[in-house]
Unconditional design. Structure first.
Length: 309
């Protein structure tokens, strides 16, 4: 996408604005607009692509893709899964026919369990570094996406799962009190890095973030709604239809204006990570490989197992 500064440097007079507006009815940013008049060959055009952990259904009529996360049992973000997500996102971002993306889960009761704890436990520093680089990559791809992104949160979404939802433009969560969402890292004895914190703060503000992060709060859907962590709570079977409705509302806005605005709102947060990626990886590796942190992770995994027994 064109850099924000150069975009903002363009001065729109009335005629400039008008031409921007008329061109927006033809083109949405660099993507062609989908004609509202459907010709026979345009009807019911959809494509589906599936890798082992990610299924994408793209409706070429509407330009909306639904990305189903299907990494059993709980969509925990392993290096392999993250790599597949990044590849799918890259393809959609390049696809001029795709303007909106809904992310949801195919796993029952869970949107995503966050980062795969097994990727952070008992692994070499090199492997931890590779893993963290992929986490950064996923965040960057999602947070800077030109597409309208909607998280259809149809299950629990702790830590990295919550972060994924937070990168989207809009979050809709299933109204089921058995589900929760939040950045609960401190509960595992680990620390959410600055860009997790920034993403949360950009969404729910400083005071709410202070409490949410220090206490490692996991919010029930109605509480998440109150604090602004999610934007809408709907009956479980309405999550996807509500996401489709929302994405269409967002897509009705002239695309280049929306994209520039999104970029302007997120640029400083994105720049902060892009200019510190290597240091952030080193920080993560030295933090996560500490004996005390490894011990906390081991204890947490045991707790998860005990919960089942
Ligand atoms: C100052 C310097 C700072 C530098 C920065 C440093 C560090 C930052 C580091 C890390 C940041 C990490 C962010 C994260 O995302 S950590 C992951 C946090 N995730 C969780 O806490 C979620 C844990 N899981 C759950 O709460 C439940 O599983 C869940 C509610 C998601 C689902 O419950 P359900 O009852 O349906 O399923 P379970 O029986 O609990 O789980 C099934 C199965 O899956 C395993 N599992 C669950 N979550 C994870 C996970 N995140 N990773 C790996 N494996 C997971 C669980 O153990 C069960 O396994 P099994 O018993 O069937 O073998």
């Amino acid at each position: 996408m064109m850099a924000v500064r150069s975009c903002l440097g363009v001065k729109f007079g009335v005629s400039g604005l008008l031409s921007q507006l008329t061109s927006s009815t033809r083109h949405h940013g660099s993507r062609p607009c989908v004609s509202p008049i459907l010709t026979p060959q345009h009807r019911n055009t959809s494509s589906s692509s599936t890798s082992s952990k990610v299924k994408v259904d793209l409706d070429q009529n509407t330009g909306v893709a639904v990305m189903h996360m299907q990494s059993p049992p709980v969509n925990s973000l392993s290096l392999d899964f993250i790599t597949e997500l990044c590849i799918s996102l890259e393809k959609l971002e390049m696809d001029k026919g795709c303007r909106g993306l809904i992310i949801t889960s195919s796993q029952p009761k869970v949107f995503s369990a966050g980062l795969d704890i097994l990727e952070m436990y008992g692994k070499s520093p090199e492997r931890c570094g590779e893993f963290w680089k992929s986490v950064q990559e996923l965040w960057l791809k999602l947070y800077s996406s030109n597409m309208v992104t909607i998280a259809a949160v149809n299950g629990s979404s702790p830590a990295g799962g919550c972060l994924m939802a937070l990168t989207c433009d809009y979050r809709i969560m299933a109204d089921n009190p058995a589900y929760s969402i939040g950045l609960n890292e401190t509960q595992l004895g680990i620390v959410a890095p600055f860009w997790f914190k920034d993403t949360l703060m950009n969404t729910i503000g400083l005071r709410n973030s202070e409490m949410a992060l220090q206490l490692g709060l996991l919010y029930k859907p109605q509480d998440a709604l109150k604090v602004g962590l999610v934007d809408q709570v709907v009956p479980e079977d309405q999550v996807l239809p509500a996401a489709v409705k929302s994405v269409n509302k967002w897509l009705a806005v002239p695309e280049h204006a929306r994209q520039i605005t999104k970029s302007m709102m997120r640029k400083s947060t994105i720049d902060r990570l892009t200019s510190n990626r290597e240091a952030d990886i080193q920080n993560f590796v030295s933090f996560i490989t500490r004996e005390s942190i490894q011990k906390s992770l081991r204890g947490y995994m045991e707790l998860l197992k005990q919960k089942k027994a």
